[in-house]
Ligand binder design. Structure first.
Ligand code: ATP
Ligand code: MG
Length: 355
């Protein structure tokens, strides 16, 4: 079946021009040895692009899934166990196997520095053994909150000394990822070396094509208006259209399937908003979103500032920062000088919040 709740890893199932282009870009960057970050809003298909790339090109890799820790402001290094090991571990030396055992937490270590050494040992060896080796972090902004090991130092070391190891990241909070990679302008500008690939929601047309393809394959009958309504209401977010598609394939009628998909989408956003606010820790974010959720006509900077002043006193630099982070997270968009909320399910979730 076309629709699946799990990330796509088969290139034939990866829908959308931008998504497929992202896979090619990843390939190019990896060949050139460039560290790369795949950035995009929640549920847009970042993990799918990554998994498809890994599955298709078969580079050896070590894959960390940090998505369970999004929104936490403290994560023990002991949470860092690889979710996928994509290489022949039996060919490693005894020492490197021991290091891998430490990284998998098969052996307990007492101190972060032992963990760091294990990582360095293993990477040194794969750097010798392979022409290319990928170290992959899904939702890498979480690394900024890892305690006990110096992840930034490790990444810097890999970049400077292990020529065959390439780091690939995804991130749904690019503002945070950038701060993490270059915390201040006086520090070495590590972020300068990270290439960025952005992926966005599908176009309305791509969204409808995706649904059509899935319905035709599963022999689900549909009306054109139903597709139209689904892509409008779910703001062609791949993850949300997938939920709707699954309900239809399971026999639900359009109205019920859409209602359930919207409900799920709104609850997912409620959870994400909580995580987002946990990290950014300011009521101004909710208030800006809440104002933007009131109207589909959008707000100019000065209109937004005026509306916000009714709720709080905010300086221009602060409003700029808030807007930049919301734009970076793909929660809002800017078109022709006006700001809009980026997704209908997000607008619904925001309107339920207290401001
Ligand atoms: N390009 C695509 N083609 C087909 N299905 C897709 C595509 N992108 C995403 N999906 C579907 O959408 C859902 C979410 O995708 P995925 O987990 O890759 O997104 P994500 O951006 O990593 O999300 P999250 O923010 O939750 O980590 C999955 O069920 C996946 O099957
Ligand atoms: Mg993901």
């Amino acid at each position: 079946m076309i629709f699946s709740e799990r990330p796509v890893s088969d290139i034939r199932k990866l829908h959308g021009e931008e998504h497929r282009r992202a896979v090619q870009e990843l390939k190019k960057n990896v060949e050139a040895g460039k560290f790369t970050a795949v950035l995009g809003p929640r549920r847009v298909g970042k993990t799918s692009v990554l998994r498809t790339f890994l599955n298709h090109y078969r580079y050896p890799y070590l894959y960390y899934d940090l998505s369970p820790y999004i929104g936490l402001t403290g994560v023990s290094y002991q949470a860092l166990t690889p979710a996928l090991i994509g290489f022949e571990t039996s060919k490693l030396s005894g020492e490197a196997q021991l290091s891998l055992g430490i990284l998998k937490l098969n052996f307990k270590v007492e101190r972060g520095v032992e963990f760091e050494n294990a990582m360095i040992n293993l990477l040194r060896e794969v750097n010798e053994k392979y022409e290319r080796f990928l170290l992959v972090f899904d939702e890498a902004q979480v690394l900024a909150f890892v305690r006990g090991v110096n992840m930034m130092g490790l990444l810097q070391m890999i970049h400077n000394t292990l020529d065959n190891v390439v780091v690939i990241m995804t991130g749904s909070m690019p503002g945070l990822l950038e701060n993490m990679l270059s915390p201040s302008s006086s520090k070495p500008m590590f972020a300068r070396y990270v290439e960025k690939i952005r992926i966005n929601r599908w176009s309305l047309k791509e969204g409808k094509e995706y649904l059509k393809r899935g319905f035709d394959e599963a022999n689900v009958e549909y009306l054109p208006d139903e597709l139209e309504e689904a892509v409008e209401e779910l703001s062609p977010v791949p993850g949300f259209l997938t939920i709707y598609g699954i309900h239809r394939v399971n026999g639900k009628k359009h109205g019920e399937a859409l209602e359930e998909a919207i409900d799920e989408a709104v609850s997912l956003w409620e959870r994400d908003l909580e995580a987002f606010l946990n990290i950014y820790n300011s009521k101004t974010y909710v208030r800006v979103l809440w104002i933007l959720a009131q109207s589909r006509l959008g707000f100019s900077w000065s209109e937004l500032k005026r509306e916000l002043s009714r709720l709080e006193t905010v300086s221009n630099p602060k409003l700029s920062r808030v807007l930049k982070n919301l734009l970076g997270a793909g929660m809002i968009e800017k078109r022709d000088g006006k700001y809009y909320i980026a997704e209908r399910p997000l607008a619904r979730a925001v309107l339920r919040m207290r401001v």
